[in-house]
Design a protein around this ligand. Structure first.
Ligand SMILES: [Zn+2]
Length: 263
């Protein structure tokens, strides 16, 4: 029987899809996870009880978050900086969370007061609180696995370094489904960091889907690192041109920019 061209194409596409999925799985199988150590310095507060109830198996959550982060930042497990130890500290403290450590160790803290406060401000929603905890862990783990831009003056609010680090951490939170698009707003500046920068980076990925990977890699080769050098290198346009085009993209949705601090 003569096969129709349509059937042949479907069979071919199916075999390509199966091959591509198995290749992708192989790339990330046997990933070298760090040894995880949960240090609970707050055993009694409302926040710590909520955390343990919503996250009964922290190792499982941390491992899935590590893989999600690394799959956006890198193309292959062989590229990922090796981390051998991950200490996760739950504390009754100030702020939300922070990550430090050294070349091979991750030292992260999460504030249990913030968890309780978030839970109570969101109608005691388990679903929203678990999503927030997961999003924070994704953001903080990005800091552990991303490269740091060099020669640009270091981590100072609203600097190139700051917005690169915090923008990438939040865009990975966005790409993995833990930032709602309701936070997307016109205006601001690409150096604002966090969600403002994250939605800008996300928009740039519509021009180059590998932009996050390439932006992280660019910090290895561009010194001192600047947005302008990175976007010219990756996209062939200045950051100012891209920012203006990004702001104009809101006009098409009848959302006029409130502020535009391009200079
Ligand atoms: Zn951060």
């Amino acid at each position: 029987m003569k096969k129709s061209p349509i059937i042949i194409v479907i069979v071919l596409l199916t075999s390509i899809a199966v091959h591509s999925n198995s290749t992708n799985t192989e790339k990330w199988s046997d990933f070298a996870f760090p040894a995880i150590d949960v240090v609970d310095k707050d055993k009694v507060s409302e926040g710590v009880l909520i955390f343990h109830r919503l996250v009964p198996n922290p190792d499982s959550l941390f491992r899935s978050c590590i893989i999600e982060v690394c799959k956006v930042l890198y193309k292959d497990k062989a590229e990922v900086p090796v981390k051998t130890a991950f200490k996760f500290n739950l504390r009754n403290s100030q702020g939300v969370a922070a990550t430090g450590g050294n070349l091979t160790g991750i030292d992260m803290f999460m504030n249990t007061n913030y968890i309780a406060d978030f839970y109570n401000r969101h109608n005691k929603s388990d679903e929203e609180t678990l999503s927030e905890i997961t999003g924070i862990i994704i953001h903080e783990l990005t800091h552990a696995y991303q490269y740091s831009p060099k020669g640009d003056g270091g981590y100072v609010n609203n600097s190139e370094h700051f917005s690169c680090i915090e923008g990438i951490a939040d865009v990975i939170r966005l790409k993995t489904g833990y930032v709602s698009s309701e936070f997307k707003r016109p205006g601001g500046h690409w150096n604002d960091g966090y969600k403002v920068t994250a939605f800008f980076i996300d928009w740039i990925t519509s021009l180059d889907e590998d932009f996050i990977y390439k932006m992280n890699q660019s910090t290895l080769t561009i010194t001192p690192w600047t947005w302008d050098k990175a976007t010219n290198h990756i996209i062939g346009q200045s950051v100012k041109e891209l920012w203006i085009a990004y702001q104009k993209s809101f006009d098409t949705k009848n959302e006029k920019p409130v502020v535009c601090l391009v200079n």
